[in-house]
Design a protein around this ligand. Structure first.
Ligand code: HEM
Length: 486
């Protein structure tokens, strides 16, 4: 062969053609070594791996792939190995049996390299060492039964403000429930964390940008960035991902509460007698930057998740009139007076079943948040390499016909008389996750959402302006029940 006639382009094509072969031999060698093999999965293309197979509707695509490859699958995203669990047994292995090694978080190499304040002061970006300390502060000072009880009135007041606002429209304007719920969730957190309202129902206020900032942070976290797919490129901030994230956290969100934190330190903020979470953090000696890192995370994790779940809940009730009738009967029968209190919620088991059914079908985090293997381990006879990402497809588990009768139907009755709960013990139903990384905001979220939906049922008759073509986002007409007009 006359090598002198081969062009650079031809060599490149030859290398590309040979890569799958090299990869095949590599898999063969590693699989036949003393370690168990990787879990089965789709063939990964050179360089990109399976990236383009799961680009959109990731949880749905993964659910289809699991039919082919089984409940424990492995994928390649760039250089990263991703392990996906799609059955209750796999979820239990990943989130319980091996929780101690699989409960790291996947921190972007850019955050790892630059070590901004969020690196140590935020559960999602925190190094493995600091994680336990932070989580302990959250669970004891913000989400404990006592802390939640001390803020019961805040949640009741903010939900009532929403009901009054909707009532003031007198059924003459269609309501975008997502926008109103976002405001309510933002102000509940604003008061719990900083003793301040951030935004009003017209979208005005010191925190008017929160919605946009939270959505952009979520988009940036979900968009795979080159440094994450190819850690070898870890120090280059392609597309300014790191700069954008840091700007939103430190300037946009941090700018909202900067003055308020300073006033608290000067002792000139007397807006409330009740100690809020930032008062506690100041007392514990945290700096404003550190407090900002924690507060940012709580807004990001808490606002959209509660908003999306309330929106799905209202939509399902509107689509399922018989369920709505039962929920309304329960609310009208059990709530004495014009206002729903959190202490009433224990008397609304059917409404709680409706919330569970909503979360089964529409979990706002369908793959949980990615975990990371701190060390290599063996799961169900397969190797999970160190630093793999771990995803659990709770969306697929929630719709599995082997587990649920008529899985696509909205049937809250399935939870009545059943012990199934979202507390992280039942691996067929994990909307808040399970184990060390389980959502710490579960009780705050479920109380707020139930209080909101019960209050909307008590005070209004609901209509879809166009029953045959529900809009996206959902617009609802709420007609005030005269006897309840606030
Ligand atoms: C319906 C509402 C909510 C749902 C369905 C939900 C669900 C989840 C899920 C699935 C995770 C990840 C679990 C894992 O990776 O294993 C999570 C994490 C988290 N959630 Fe929630 N969440 C909700 C509301 C809230 C609220 C209201 C807050 C706080 C105000 C909150 C704070 C957090 C935090 C801080 C984490 C990170 C925990 C960690 O990394 O250790 N969530 N949530």
């Amino acid at each position: 062969m006359n090598l002198g006639t081969i062009t650079v382009g031809e060599i490149f094509v030859l290398i590309l053609l040979l890569l799958p072969l090299v990869y095949f031999f590599f898999r063969l060698i590693t699989n036949s070594s003393k370690y168990p093999p990787l879990p089965p999965g789709p063939f990964p293309w050179p360089i990109v791996g399976n990236l383009f197979q799961i680009k959109t509707n990731t949880h749905i695509r993964l659910s289809e792939m699991a039919q082919l490859h089984g409940p424990l699958m492995s994928l390649r995203l760039g250089q990263r190995t991703v392990i996906v669990g799609s059955s209750p047994a796999a979820a239990q292995e990943l989130l319980k049996t091996h929780d101690h090694v699989l409960s790291g978080r996947n921190v972007s190499p850019l955050i790892h390299h630059n070590k901004p304040t969020i690196y140590n002061m935020n559960l999602n970006f925190s190094s493995d060492d600091n994680y336990r300390y932070l989580r302990n502060i959250y669970t004891s000072k913000l989400f404990s039964t006592r802390a939640l009880e001390s803020r019961m009135k805040t949640r009741e007041d903010k939900v009532l403000e929403m009901v009054k606002y909707i009532g003031s429209k007198n059924g003459e304007e269609d309501i975008n429930i997502r926008d109103l719920m976002f405001v309510t969730a933002t102000n509940i957190l604003g008061n719990t964390l900083l003793s301040m309202d951030l935004v009003d129902f017209e979208g005005k206020g010191i925190g008017a940008c929160v919605k946009d900032s939270v959505r952009r942070i979520a988009m940036l976290s979900l968009t795979p960035q080159l440094a994450d797919l190819y850690p070898i490129l870890g120090r280059w901030d392609f597309g300014n991902w790191y700069k954008k994230v840091m700007y939103i956290i430190e300037e946009e969100l941090g700018g909202i509460w900067k003055d308020s934190l300073q006033r608290k330190r000067n002792g000139s903020n007397v807006s409330s007698d009740l100690q809020d979470f930032s008062d506690i953090l100041i007392e514990k000696g945290f700096t404003n930057q550190q407090i900002n890192a924690m507060i940012e995370e709580l807004f990001t994790a808490g606002t959209d998740s509660m908003t999306l779940t309330t929106d799905s809940f209202v939509t399902e009730l509107l689509k399922n009139q018989e369920v709505m009738r039962k929920a309304r009967n329960e609310v009208m029968e059990k709530i004495v007076g014009k206002v729903v209190k959190e202490t009433d919620l224990v008397h609304l088991p059917f409404l709680e079943a409706c919330l569970k059914e909503t979360l089964r079908l529409h979990p706002p985090a369908p793959l949980l948040l990615p975990h990371r293997a701190i060390k290599a381990c063996d799961v169900m006879g397969y190797t999970i390499p160190k630093d793999s990402q771990i995803w659990v497809n709770i969306w697929a588990i929630g719709r599995d016909p082997e587990i649920w009768d008529d899985p696509l139907d909205f049937k809250p009755e399935r939870f009545i008389g059943s012990k199934l709960n979202y507390k992280g013990k039942d691996f067929e139903f994990l909307p808040f996750g399970s184990g060390r990384r389980m959502c710490p905001g579960e009780a705050m979220a479920s109380k707020t959402i139930l209080l909101t939906v019960a209050s909307l049922i008590l005070n209004f008759d609901w209509f879809l302006p166009n029953i045959n073509a529900p809009t996206e986002p959902l617009q609802v007409t709420f007609k005030v029940r005269e006897q309840f007009l606030i």
